[in-house]
Design a protein around this ligand. Structure first.
Ligand code: ADP
Length: 393
């Protein structure tokens, strides 16, 4: 039985999963992290065992070697039939997952201007895997591809046309793999064909985005040219008045680089609370009356609710709102507060169901007669493995 190795190569980490897309069984997974500092480490996880060890040197190469050594030691290396890679930005070139060839690598490189932190790191993983598995077919799965079905009136910014036609300035959207997976899974859980449904998927992790999915296709999404736009996130501001950078430059003398850093790394939940970007910590602090934490939670949920209403526009009818990602799957508080704002769209939370969903149980969290809201656990690795298999068959 052939297995799929899924690789997610980031700037300072290399994540892998080894799974069977047919049976959905996860055999082994792991995370090599802190790859840019002198104390890199790797953690391997199998069904009943977790082990962390130091890596001999910095960089992605020793991390990849450690992964290969583990696959070999456990007798899995020969069973790897395909490798699926997460790639952040596919621009307009990649409308679906694609088998990796030298031309595809060049095209991913060409998209790097749109994701300078991510695409080069993704390519590092691709090159290492090609070197170690030269005979195994490899597939690139893009965060942006699922959103290539957006109509032009949803993806264009109200900017001079040339900025789009010559420089590619448009909404691309991200988290596509997660939005695609949870909407598929929601249809499965509801026992209704995806092609008949209008779904809103809220992926709430460290990064947060929301997508309207009509008949299985993304028709609008909150992230834009980059993942900074839209919802409030852990450290990213999401939407703001586009004149704010100019104002910060005029009044504080900040450079564009400093402002970009502020909006991406020091804003969002962290900036609002002055405490943390971690929702768990904020919920605990809010329970002890921390003013910043309470405000951060309020702004987070209000912005999210506004976006749910906005995403109902292209759908007309909401068959279900899906909560996913670390916050969406675990924070009953965020779900309750958000749904409370959405009474006008027919949402009414069932608190017992909402609390039950906290324990990792997917399912409906609204009362009888309410517009449906549900929790679905995302699984981007499984989706990448499915996409990899689909491309290769
Ligand atoms: P990433 O986007 O990096 O994959 P995750 O999807 O794991 O991140 O989401 C991380 C977020 O989920 C953090 O803000 C974390 O606090 C939050 N989270 C995880 N567990 C809980 C929980 N039990 N209650 C509230 N928030 C949680």
């Amino acid at each position: 039985m052939g297995l799929t190795l899924v690789l997610n190569s980031g700037s300072s980490s290399l994540k892998f999963s080894l799974l069977d897309p047919e049976t959905r069984r996860l055999y082994l997974s792991g995370l090599a992290e802190k790859l840019l500092v002198p104390t890199p480490q790797i953690t391997f996880r199998s069904r009943d065992h977790t082990r962390t060890e130091a890596l001999p040197a910095k960089g992605h190469k020793p991390a990849m070697q450690a992964i290969l050594a583990e696959l070999e030691a456990q007798g899995f290396k020969e069973r790897v039939e395909a490798v699926g890679h997460r790639v952040v930005h596919g621009g307009e070139r990649f409308k679906s997952s694609t088998r990796i060839t030298p031309e595809v690598i060049a095209a991913i490189e060409a998209c790097a201007a749109l994701a300078p932190l991510h695409n080069p790191a993704n390519l590092l993983g691709i090159r290492l895997a090609l070197a170690h598995f030269p005979q195994v077919p490899q597939v690139a799965v893009f965060d942006t591809a699922f959103h290539q079905t957006l109509p032009e009136y949803a993806y264009r910014y109200a900017l001079p046309g040339e900025l789009y036609t010559r420089y590619g300035v448009r909404r691309y959207g991200f988290h596509g793999t997660s939005h695609q997976y949870v909407t598929r899974r929601a249809a499965e859980l509801l026992g209704r064909p995806l092609e008949t449904l209008g779904l809103i998927s809220a992926h709430l992790g460290n990064g947060c985005s929301i997508t309207a999915v009509r008949q299985g296709q993304s028709v609008d999404t909150s992230m834009g040219l980059t993942p900074l736009e839209g919802l409030v996130m852990g450290t990213r501001s999401g939407d703001l008045d586009p004149n704010i950078p100019q104002y910060l430059s005029d009044t504080l003398g900040l450079t564009l680089e400093q402002i970009t850093e502020l909006l991406n790394k020091k804003s969002g939940l962290l900036g609002l609370s002055g405490l943390s970007n971690d929702m768990r910590e904020l919920e605990q602090a809010a329970a002890q009356d921390h003013a910043g934490a309470k405000l951060a939670l309020e702004v987070f949920c209000y912005r999210l609710a506004k976006y749910v209403a906005a995403m109902s526009v292209p759908l007309g009818r909401i068959d279900a709102l899906i909560f996913t990602g670390g916050i969406g799957e675990n924070s009953a508080w965020v779900r309750r507060k958000t749904l409370k704002w959405l009474g006008g769209l027919g949402f009414q939370v069932d608190e017992e169901r909402n609390q039950q969903a906290v324990r990792g149980q997917p399912g409906i969290i609204t009362a009888e007669g309410s517009t449906l809201a549900m929790v679905v656990n995302t699984d981007e690795e499984l989706m990448i493995a499915w996409e990899t298999r689909a491309v290769l068959s």
